[in-house]
Design a protein around this ligand. Structure first.
Ligand code: ARG
Length: 600
């Protein structure tokens, strides 16, 4: 991401309205100093990072070294990086934000933030709402292409990963005020439809098809595939059906639409369970745009004939990208090129993010390269518009192999979610909650915790690694799990409830102070929320947010074991800190697509 520094020299208020990254706030102060220190280098952007060693400070400015190598030998009065650092430090404008500064090593300027400023900023967030802490990204509109199952096939755990990861990325971008088009690029086109349609005609010659009649689409798919493989005459008819469908023949279009609709209902159930919302624009949607798109690429001289097919050769790749098959038909790649054209030109998206398993990396790399060569995308990847493939690893079973059921079928998504919920419910009943809570409360909590556990177990890993699906692990109430985190949040809520105080009143009247070291550490962590979200968005890595969340609950635990809350002299301040922690935790849950619970 090119970081754009706003040119503002106004004195620091508790928080600037437009951007709540702590790092950026500090950068603004240093920007002023850099301009004074090296007036001949106006374009130097402050390099700010959190201090690795906390005893040095909270953040540091790392410009001295690189500045020194830029200016040395050009008649500068400085005699090395250290004096440059000294000058940067000396030229800092007075800022409410900074308590003290120091120099370390070859000119690093360490900054210790002021406790008063920190406390004031947290209180401001409590008053104005967590939305004001959102980072600001340099994009207005993005597309997240995720979930994207294939018609007539059951969604499996791979699609679960795409759905969960894509939803989180969309949520983080939305929070960062980016308009997100959530696209379900379903596989609703292609030669398999000839086979499915012919099979449908065979089974229902009078055209009376109901969902129940087809039943399980997966079984339907398998049966038609068997028919296709076993009977050349059927195969022939299926191939002709593809032509009729693509030619737009009414009867075939209708059958196709019926099959899609049944699939859609199946996916709809999964999305409802997961609380995920998407807008379908399947492969078929882009079909009319393919010929025009290919013409554009032809004009640029990108498309060549090769062994009867039309292809785009990509440097460094042995096999070219096929865009028109030997039989004249289009394929996955031609569709993706047309979709990209549409997204850039019709939908005016500046950032297009594709979430699929890593196995498809090559496909994406190839058509991204083609788009760059066509001049649709800048070759400089730090510029917009841009595309990213968000790849993820496999889901493994306990045996370390691809996750399957005992009968070695692919595992169905809905079954997984249901099982997680059932197990959570059993655990709650065991803890006597059936007697304590209403039936709805029990149901709601089991669902929030169960589904949350499945999502979090996926998101907490770096998405590129394979991960092992294990109910016992993900439902453990200790360690880095959703169960632990949801309970930690509920516990904070119960501390607040037990105090008998009205938090809304405290927010208005009370004062937050960060006196003890544990309070300060927790406060600093809270203030880092925006930059963490920014980091997770920029790198398209939801696990960064999970780490932050887990860390937050750990910092809260240290605070709570050191600082008495209810009944102490600092009760008001500490209740406010509890409330801020709960609020940021809830926002993390929200971004991860997890429903918080308030009672345990
Ligand atoms: N339907 C594809 C699959 O299940 C994923 C589509 C991803 N999106 C895209 N624009 N290619 O593998």
């Amino acid at each position: 991401f090119p970081v754009k520094w706003a040119h503002s020299t106004s004195t620091m208020a508790a928080a600037t309205e437009d951007n709540w990254s702590l790092k950026d706030q500090i950068a603004k102060v240093f920007e002023v100093s850099l301009k004074v220190t090296v007036p001949d280098e106006p374009e130097v952007a402050p390099l700010i990072a959190a201090c690795a060693k906390k005893e040095f400070g909270d953040y540091q400015c790392n410009n001295a070294m690189s500045l020194w190598s830029k200016i040395k030998g050009k008649g500068t009065e400085f005699r090395g990086p250290q004096p440059v650092g000294q000058a940067i430090m000396k030229n800092l404008p007075t800022s409410e934000m900074i308590e003290s500064t120091s120099i370390a090593g070859p000119g690093f300027v360490n900054v210790k933030l002021s406790r008063q400023w920190m406390a004031k900023s947290i209180q401001k967030m409590l008053k104005d709402g967590i939305e004001t802490w959102a980072p600001k990204l340099p994009v207005k509109r993005a597309i997240v292409d995720f979930s994207s199952p294939n018609i007539a096939k059951e969604m499996h755990v791979g699609h679960l990963r795409s759905t969960i990861i894509g939803d989180t990325l969309a949520r983080m971008l939305e929070y960062s005020k980016v308009e997100v088009l959530r696209r379900n690029h379903v596989g609703d086109w292609g030669t398999q439809f000839g086979m499915l349609i012919e099979f449908l005609f065979e089974k229902f010659p009078d055209g009376e098809v109901s969902d129940q009649a087809i039943g399980d689409l997966e079984t339907f798919y398998k049966a038609s595939k068997q028919r296709f493989d076993g009977d050349p005459e059927f195969k022939d008819r299926a191939q002709k059906a593809v032509v009729s469908l693509q030619g737009g023949e009414e009867k075939y279009r209708k059958a196709w639409a019926q099959i899609c609709e049944i699939s859609r209902k199946g996916y709809g159930k999964v999305y409802e369970h997961l609380g995920v919302h998407l807008e379908e624009k399947g492969e078929s949607f882009y079909n009319p745009y393919i010929p025009g798109t290919l013409d554009l690429l032809r004009e640029k001289g990108l498309i060549e004939e090769s062994e009867g097919a039309q292809v785009i050769f990509i440097e460094g790749k042995k096999i070219p990208l096929i865009v028109v098959k030997r039989d004249g038909g289009f394929n996955y790649a031609s569709t993706d090129l047309a979709a990209l054209w549409y997204r850039l030109n019709e939908e005016k998206a500046e950032w297009i993010i594709y979430v699929t398993d890593v196995g498809q990396r090559e496909h994406f790399e190839m058509f991204f390269t083609a788009a760059k060569r066509a001049g649709w995308l800048p070759t400089d990847e730090s510029k917009y518009p841009k595309t990213n493939h968000v790849g993820f690893g496999l889901v493994l079973g306990d045996d370390g192999k691809r996750f399957r059921t005992r009968s070695s079928e692919v595992v169905k998504l809905v079954d997984l979610l249901d099982e997680a919920k059932t197990r959570c419910k059993a655990a709650l009943v065991e803890r006597g909650k059936a007697a304590e809570w209403t039936a709805e409360e029990l149901e709601h909590t089991a669902e929030a915790v169960g589904y949350g556990a499945v999502k979090y177990a996926d998101l907490k890993n770096n998405r590129l690694t394979n991960y092992t699906f294990n109910f016992d692990q993900m439902l453990n109430d200790k360690g880095n799990t959703a169960v632990y985190l949801l309970y930690a949040h509920a516990r904070i809520c119960s501390i607040i409830r037990k105090s008998g105080k009205d938090v809304e009143e405290l927010k208005k009247e009370g004062q937050l102070i960060l006196e003890k070291e544990e309070e300060r550490k927790l406060g600093l962590h809270l203030l880092q929320f925006a930059e963490i979200v920014e980091d997770a968005c920029t790198n398209l890595l939801p696990n960064i947010l999970c780490e932050y969340l887990y860390d937050l609950s750990e910092k809260f635990t240290s605070f709570y074991s050191e600082c008495q809350v209810v009944g102490s002299a600092e009760e008001t301040s500490r209740l406010l800190l509890c409330e801020a922690t709960a609020l940021v935790m809830r926002q993390c849950f929200h971004l991860l697509g997890i429903t918080p619970v308030y009672k345990i």
